[in-house]
Design a protein around this ligand. Structure first.
Ligand code: FAD
Length: 307
């Protein structure tokens, strides 16, 4: 039985575990894949105080830091159910096991929705990117496309237009879905081309990196090739919270609703990082939120009557 059980081993979960363990309380981390999204990242240039690092290196450092403390790490464990109770919360796993803890910190992160077209996988991190805040500066002076005309796509296109040479925004529907104010801003920019009714069908590359893309004009059925160096896919970020439906309050987007302390709708259950309603999904933000949720869990423990 744990005092704090963290579910998820990305930046948020690792930080929550370190903060809990440093209070001398019984701490466990159960993760499907320790390291989280960081494992899928190459260059990281916005982990402040470390001008450059790489995903696998940072993931190893996160794990090493957790291992400095007495934390029980259960890797390759997928949580499938959360069962809240009066003083004890139970988490059930895909392998049939279950763990009990006085408090639980949910830090299961999120995943980017993919286009699922040929070339996308092969050129991920070689021109195919998902995070303009992270990778925008890598395309300084180059040509990029943004896939998706919702708020995140249009925001990304506006952001990138200030850095890169040219942005082509590609929207599947016949109209952009972003807020009017964003659409007006986008349309005022000189180096942006907006394509609607356009379905991206292939990512092209030279074997090393992205060299273009192909889209289908959905009005005419024609296939059109665009030459460029980068593609930012902005068609949705999916929180890994399907297993929590009905157990904790989720936003319409499936994000765990938390207050300023990382408290969820269930007493004793806290959440941090990309799986929550906290805006801007970034490593430094996930780290800070993980620390906050952990301190809140500790506060809950010292205030609760259970010995
Ligand atoms: P995650 O990193 O998603 O970790 C979630 C953890 O929960 C994982 O261990 C996962 O296995 C586990 N998990 C999920 N579901 C379950 C379950 N049911 N049971 C048990 N465990 C579960 N951010 C930056 O700041 N800078 C960058 O340069 C940058 N580049 C990026 C590049 C790419 C390609 C991607 C995909 C993301 C990038 N990000 C970057 C975003 C950053 O990686 C995330 O904001 C950050 O990792 C979020 O941390 P987290 O701990 O909330 O979630």
């Amino acid at each position: 039985r744990f005092d704090v059980l963290v579910v998820g081993g990305g930046p948020a979960g690792a930080t929550a575990a370190v903060y809990a363990a440093r209070k001398g309380i019984r701490t466990g981390v159960a993760a499907e894949r320790f390291g989280g999204q960081v494992l899928d990242t190459m260059a990281i240039e916005n982990f402040i105080s470390v001008p450059y690092t790489e995903g696998p290196k940072l993931a190893a450092a996160l794990e090493q830091h957790v291992r400095e403390y007495e934390v029980e790490i259960l890797n390759l464990q997928k949580a499938v159910k959360l069962v809240p109770g009066a003083d004890i919360v139970e988490v059930e796993f895909a392998n049939g096991a279950s763990l009990r803890s006085k408090t639980v910190i949910l830090a299961t992160g999120a995943r980017w929705r993919q286009m699922n077209v040929p070339g996308e996988d092969a050129y991920r991190n070689k021109g195919v990117a998902y995070c303009p805040h992270c990778d925008g500066p890598l395309f300084k002076g180059k040509r990029v496309a943004v896939i998706g005309g919702g708020n995140s796509g249009v925001e990304a296109a506006i952001d990138l237009a200030g850095i890169v040479a040219h942005v082509t925004l590609i929207e599947f529907d016949s109209a952009l879905r972003a807020d009017d104010v964003l659409q007006r801003k986008l349309k005022s920019l000189p180096n942006v081309t907006i394509l609607t009714s356009a379905k991206t069908t292939e990512v092209l590359g030279d074997g090393q990196k992205v060299s273009g893309l192909v889209y289908e004009n959905r009005n005419t059925g024609d296939s059109v090739k665009v030459e460029l160096e980068g593609i930012f896919v902005q068609i949705g970020l999916l929180p890994n919270t399907e297993w929590l439906k009905g157990a904790v309050e989720l936003s319409p987007r499936g994000e765990i609703v938390v207050d300023a302390h990382g408290q969820t709708s269930v007493p004793g259950v806290f959440a941090a990082g990309d799986c929550t309603t906290v805006p801007y999904k970034q490593i430094v933000i996930a780290l800070g939120e993980g620390a906050k949720a952990s301190l809140s869990a500790f506060d809950h423990l010292i205030r609760s009557s259970a010995p």
